[in-house]
Design a binder for this molecule. Sequence first.
Ligand code: TRP
Ligand code: ZN
Length: 465
Amino acid sequence: MRLTRALSGALIVVTLTSCSPSGASEHGLTRSGTAGAAGIGDADFPNDGNGGYDVGHYTLALGYDPATRLLAGTATIDATATENLSSFNLDLRGFTVSSVTVGGRPAKFTRSGDEMTVTADLSKGSTFRAAVTYQGEPKPVRDSSNLGTYGFVPTSDGSFVTSEPNGAKTWFPGNDHPADKATYEFRLTVPDGVTAIANGELAGEPTSTGGKTTFVWRETHPMVSYLATMTTGKFLVKTGDSEGGIPVYAAVDPRYQNQLDRLYEVSARITDYWSSVFGPYPFKSTGGIVDDFASGYALENQTKPIYGGFEPDEGIISHELAHQWFGDSVSISRWKDLWLNEGFATYAEWLWSEHQGQATAQQTFDRHYANTTDPMWNYPPGVAQKNDLFNNSVYHRGAMALHALRVRVGDDAFFKIIRRWATEHRYGNATTEQFISLAEQVSGRKLGDLFDQWLFEKGRPATLG
Ligand code: TRP
Ligand code: ZN
């Protein structure tokens, strides 16, 4: 069934592309392409991301004033057309857009819901630069089924920005889906005395003029849109290098002043430890942020996980830093594969506990397995549900799937699989099918039954592996 549908889908695409562009030019029409799709092709989230182009780089030159809650500036998007296009879409929620240019020329645009459609004739393979100038009060996504509030959240002294799964559109226009990774430059202007923190590294000292300070941050490795952040406010900052030589940037809201040294030290130590388990750290710096916005969550923002309104313990720090390899460097391309992020980061917590001489991974597995009435047994984590994306099962049963794999193939093969996964897909995107085939290749075993039980079928697996 699945094959047939994929095939007929492919046939439809071929028909469209072979008719429309060549047919149009034969008839002398000026438009040579078709409209880029409003979604990138994630069946569970049909409007997320966009089709027809691939972003290479974002330059976000944005000012934010915590007093007025006004965000204003220009997002410049360098992209490549992947089809002949007559228009393309950007995801943006709210704001007033004052102008759009493509290739430096004013371009027409329309808006409908969270979709903005920009008119531009672009031939397949060509690169283009689009610039969007906009302003307004950012409004996060609220009351989402199991995520609460996410996106750009104004706080008393600045902003707390955690955008998973699709909240990047609450603060900049773009291709808001993890399948399209890009590098970023952030030029963030805030009132003097406010610190602006983004991903990657600072490009020089902040500069101040007319009562405002501009911080330039560069993330030079590809990043998914939900991991981008511009966290602003009053912060105490500590920087240095880990023992392993990785630059560290730690920042805490003054309310968490007594956490700064610990956040710095634990983040440095755990980044070094994961480098020895998962392979070289994929980015140029590590660190973390503790803000006073009580989200109750942490998010693995690339190079700088953020902890919202609590004192993070080593368990959660080990989780968010493991995500730097699994989720941030190796990213998913469809949300149903989310266990590849959360199952791995949760399993990392179990490994950290074991490394600390506390519960072993086997003991943690046994504790979960003993709970025969846990609702996760009815939720196969290998097909995350769009209305309950971050279900516990994706975390715990996802981690159990990895432990079952470890027990089946043995420690040598297991850690080889994990390291090869991090290496072979570094800075890219990957799927569950690719993970299973790598595990089979490295271990030399058929593992379909194991993954079926742990990832794809309802019910509590009868055996460990
Ligand atoms: N990925 C986060 C974790 O570490 C959970 C999460 C999902 C989240 N969406 C979020 C956190 C939005 C903050 C905001 O498990
Ligand atoms: Zn996580």
